[in-house]
Design a protein around this ligand. Structure first.
Ligand code: GTP
Ligand code: SPV
Ligand code: MN
Length: 601
């Protein structure tokens, strides 16, 4: 077996024991006794430590240094070809009862699961280094911020966590010495990267995550989907806040009026792109800024929702990213970026499908094989990713570090739907908006292993990330609404509707500004909307389509509500609710009947 992570012996002053909290020290010691690493390395987040780890990772061929002139400070990692995306079938919520995990999660009994995982971790780090990564999720002074410690035997995970979280001394300081302080325990081991021994397990009651057998993204950066969403959503319900799979963006009008919106789209459905949107020429005096591109933690203050981005970097989809589609992402990933599973050009630059310019004549593909433009295989994996610090983003919002968060004017749901769903519509009220979120669906993507392009219900884009019973999650949304005196307006969008011939009807990307503008108009009290059975829709003249070459027929198609298709859609909503086995709140069942009744009017 290939040695996945040989032990390293850092020079003195690097990797020394740092955490003062006895509870953390005891836990690390326990894992150490179990996994039997060659040595233990405490990360402090310093530049010296980064330089040392990069040097080691390159030496071990875990990372390849890219051309310093073309992509300064950047590296390429290739994951095992059997390990390129999240694995929902191997992801478990381990609550005392199956009911607590609910009908949408894989459940596994906690005691049995601990025992199985401890068996797998026994001696698993022999000859390897055990890294302890202290980190916080959220701005350092935010009341929402959470402390986590991730133990890992992957140097790639450590270097990714440096980008994706606020890592090192800041976390040790925030935790303090109180043995009863709340902090998340995360244990990750590559084992031998065998799908048969790949388990991503969450123990919400213990604030614990154990992930084994994978080295890829959302499976192993335990801060992200595991803590910030699955454990986060569990804590959020208990503590009265919200943890959501949402981007957060700021949008400022030429008059200087600024709004923030949060949007939940499923994986690989456009969050990063929307969060970094560059308005078209006609909107040149509008400014869009990014607070977050994947996760929003929201709390109630003065009857309003305020959101923070718990992350410190972006773990974004690479293919399709270009100066045309997302110039701000391109500028962000020009330097100090960790690429996973893209192609390596002969000049040490990176390449992927959809990048600007012609493909290189020869490259090494994501699997490490020779590649040429006429190759049948893709050069970059469809779920290849960049990890880049959010500070690289030229349109980073100035309030991204505000601990109290930014006030949210609108919540947007959306997914990939070839038909049925119009470009945009607005819910009648919060409860109806929760129904839109609860019944949303999307065609599956390469972000998770399994078939691609199949419509599945994905409530609030949280199907793979809700750490407890989805019925209780819906109830939590309804309860939050009751506490809000100035609730955000709720919308639904679909950039992906297709016309005859299977082409996207809407240009998308920067032109999504036109939809955003209507949403902002509505937040400011505009009455430019038409009532329909599914909600408020913009009339043809309510959308600013100036300088867009699109004929009115196409806009009609984009906004069309086809009664036959909606009959099927509503039947699907019923089927979905029924499949959840009685956990869906009465209010949402009633919402469905009301939509059906409006169609019958
Ligand atoms: P995760 O990181 O997996 O949560 O994905 P995400 O929701 O951030 O999606 P992202 O913005 O990375 O976009 C995923 C894919 O959708 C990319 O290939 C984009 O090019 C494509 N995409 C994004 N926005 C649009 C759009 O407005 N129209 C079209 N047609 N494609 C889009
Ligand atoms: C997603 O799948 O929604 C992602 C990528 O953001 S991962 O971090 O791998 O989950
Ligand atoms: Mn995501």
């Amino acid at each position: 077996m290939k040695n996945l992570a040989p032990a390293i012996s850092p020079p003195s002053g690097i990797g020394d024991r740092k955490a003062g909290n006895q509870a953390v020290l005891d836990w690390v010691h326990e894992v150490e006794l179990l996994a039997k690493p060659e040595n233990v390395f405490w990360c402090d987040g310093s530049e010296r430590e980064r330089d040392y780890l990069l040097q080691e990772a390159t030496k071990q061929n875990v990372l390849i240094k890219l051309n310093e002139k073309k992509v300064p400070g950047s590296y390429l990692h290739r994951s095992n070809p059997n390990d390129v995306a999240r694995v929902e079938q191997f992801t478990f919520i381990c609550t005392p009862t199956k009911e607590e995990a609910g009908p949408t999660n894989n459940w596994s009994e906690p005691a049995d699961t601990y025992s199985k995982l401890h068996g797998l971790l026994k001696g698993a780090m022999t000859g390897r280094t055990l890294f302890v990564v202290p980190y916080i999720m959220g701005p350092p002074d935010s009341p929402l911020t959470k402390v986590g410690f991730e133990i890992t035997d992957s140097i790639y995970v450590v270097l990714s966590m440096r980008i994706m979280t606020r890592m090192g001394a800041v976390a040790v300081k925030r935790l303090g010495n109180d043995p009863a302080a709340e902090w998340n325990r995360g244990v990750h081991s590559l084992l031998d990267v065998d799908p048969a021994r790949r388990f991503i397990c969450h123990f919400p009651q213990d604030n614990t995550i154990i992930s084994v057998g994978s080295g890829y993204g959302g499976n192993v950066l335990l801060s992200k989907k595991c803590l910030a969403l699955r454990i986060g959503s569990y804590l959020a319900r208990k503590q009265g806040w919200m943890a959501e799979h949402m981007l957060i963006l700021g949008v400022e009008s030429p008059e200087g009026k600024k709004h923030y919106v949060a949007a939940a789209f499923p994986s690989a459905c456009g969050k990063t792109n929307f969060a970094m949107l560059v308005p078209p020429k006609h909107f040149a005096r509008w400014k869009v800024t990014t607070v977050g591109d994947d996760i929003a933690w929201m709390q109630i203050r003065d009857g309003r929702l305020f959101a923070v981005n718990p992350e410190n970097g972006y773990f974004g989809v690479v293919p399709g990213t270009s100066y045309k589609s997302n110039p701000n992402a391109m500028k962000s990933i020009e330097h100090d970026t960790l690429y996973t599973n893209v192609a390596l050009a002969d000049d040490g630059d990176v390449w992927w499908e959809g990048k600007d310019g012609p493909p290189p004549k020869h490259a090494i593909d994501w699997k490490g094989n020779d590649w040429a433009p006429d190759s049948k295989e893709k050069a970059a994996h469809p779920n290849s990713r960049f990890a880049t610090p959010m500070r690289n983003n030229p349109v980073l919002d100035p309030h991204v570090e505000d601990g109290e968060g930014v006030p949210i004017s609108a919540i947007i749901f959306g997914g990939r739907r070839s038909h049925t769903m119009p470009l945009v519509f607005q819910s009648f009220d919060w409860e109806h908006g929760v129904y839109l979120g609860a019944t949303m669906a999307s065609e599956t993507t390469a972000a998770a292993t399994g078939a691609v392009g199949q419509v599945r219900r994905d409530p609030m884009a949280m199907l793979p990330f809700c750490g407890y019973n989805i019925g209780d999650y819906f109830r939590h949304w309804l309860a939050i609404g009751k506490r809000l005196t100035k609730p955000p307006l709720i919308f639904n969008v679909n950039w992906f509707r297709k016309g005859q011939g299977g082409r996207f009807l809407w240009p998308g990307f920067g032109d999504n500004m036109r939809v955003l503008k209507w949403i902002i108009d509505r937040c400011q009290g505009s009455d430019g909307a038409l009532k329909s059975p599914i909600g408020w829709l913009p009339g043809l003249h309510d959308l600013d389509l100036a300088e867009l070459e699109i004929d009115h027929k196409r806009i009609d198609e984009l906004l069309e509500i086809d009664h036959e298709q909606w009959k099927k859609e509503l039947a699907e909503h019923k089927k979905f609710f029924d499949s959840l086995g009685g956990v869906v709140p009465e209010e949402l069942m009633k919402q469905r009947e009301e939509v059906a009744a409006r169609f019958a009017e």
